[in-house]
Design a protein. Sequence first.
Lengths: 254, 290
Amino acid sequence: MESINYQNFRIDAENICVDYNGKVALYDANLRLKPGQICGLVGMNGAGKTTFFNALTGFVNISKGKIRINGESVRSAQKDQTIAYVPQSEGIDSQFPINVWDVVMMGRYGSMNIFRCPRESDVHAVKDAIERVDLTDHLSTPIGNLSGGQRKRTFLARAIAQRASILLLDEPFSGVDIRTEKLISELFIQFKNEGKTILLSTHDMIHVREFCDLVLLINKTVVAYGETSEVFTPENITTTFGGISPDFLFGPES
Amino acid sequence: MELCSFLTLDSFITDPLTHDFMRKALLMSSLVAAVCGFLSSYLTLKGWALMGDAVSHSVMPGVVVAYALGLPFSLGAFIFGVGSVALIGFIKQKSRVKEDTVIGLVFTGFFALGIVLVSKIKSNIDLHSILFGSPLGISLSDVKQTIFISFLVVILLSIFRKDLMLYCFDPRHAKTVGINVLFLHYLLLTCLSLAAVVGLQSVGIILVVAMLITPGATAYLLTDKFDNMTIISVLSAIISSLIGIYISFWFDLETGGSIVLAQTFIFLFAFLFAPRYGIFKLKKFFAGYK
């Protein structure tokens, strides 16, 4: 058997399959990401993007294949707070009675004692994270009173507070204002320099070209994977989106 | 005659307290209300109202069987409560029938089984007290059991307070940071079954679901902080219990029904006049006329 040093990869998913009660959602999917890489996950609705995230976080079990996170199992990655998940806006109940501070503090729960009493270091991490997403003025604002962009930043702060080395972001740019978009893109550059690995799903093709070193095109399985400049071609995109021309997706080439 | 003494507020409150059964009813119902109110804020946020309905009805055959076998009735109720949820999950997974249909189907089946069992097992089970509660006729062993279960539930909920909140809010994040989500799921279910058991003593099996959802719904309209929501929920549940029992004493009304009606009125009040989320949004009203 060939020997690969799995430590080199932050994420190493090999031939993973996921099915829900016999219905296949994802099959034979592969992904390898190193520290400091930003990878875009592109596909239609129902192509398995969220399923891919769920598999990496251990929220669903894979029926075949292998996932290594920093060379270890998903279970130990959970214990080590290695992965942070930033949900898409529709994925959370915005009317939940909770404020910005408490949401961000949830990023620290995994490393606290059973009663989840914040230590000084936790308070510090939360403060710091909220500062980085520029929400210091909204510490005790209920999330229901935030704008879409502010809410997105709150969950980004939670991921920062968690001090995870891998960030999974589900549609980070959907429904956000210009200011938030700018802030998120600045943070991406910082994360990259800190050696974090980012996997983000997006509908917006322009963002892929702008931020992603790598791109993973999926439609139940991997259609194409590699450097954005090589893989993100009109042909591949058309295949991914089931024959819809990229002109339709991007608007006509200018 | 009663109406004469009713004229002074003082005797309205103190007269019933001279009866031993009333003191016991007030204490027990407050305790039960506190437990159900505490749990209520989680169920409301998790969207488990229907689940609460299902579990509370499904405990019926468990109660009957336990009585017949001379076991503590909380044990039987617990087994059937959790069993019903397991069955709902199983049928949902193995068939194409939608979840709310499955829930309705399973709990009515269990409930019917309970009623049939009561009619078959000729014992001293009082169907009326199971269906409508009997806080005034609570026995000493029931008191002990209620206190034990209540404290158990309150301790469990207090320990896992924050984890359960996270579980209701964002289970995916909980899982991602290594929190045992399956454990929390069953913990909440267990507490639900136990709360249904103690709740049915004061308001009966049919109305116990009100104890499990109304206080939480009321509190949800009144605050944007989870901790406050829990406190308001517990307080409104206790106050409704006290009001309900007093009203039923003075006007000779069904106790369980009176307690739930009191809860409903408090909810309606919040629905209409809650500062931010009420129909008449008092805060905005005053702000507009500054």
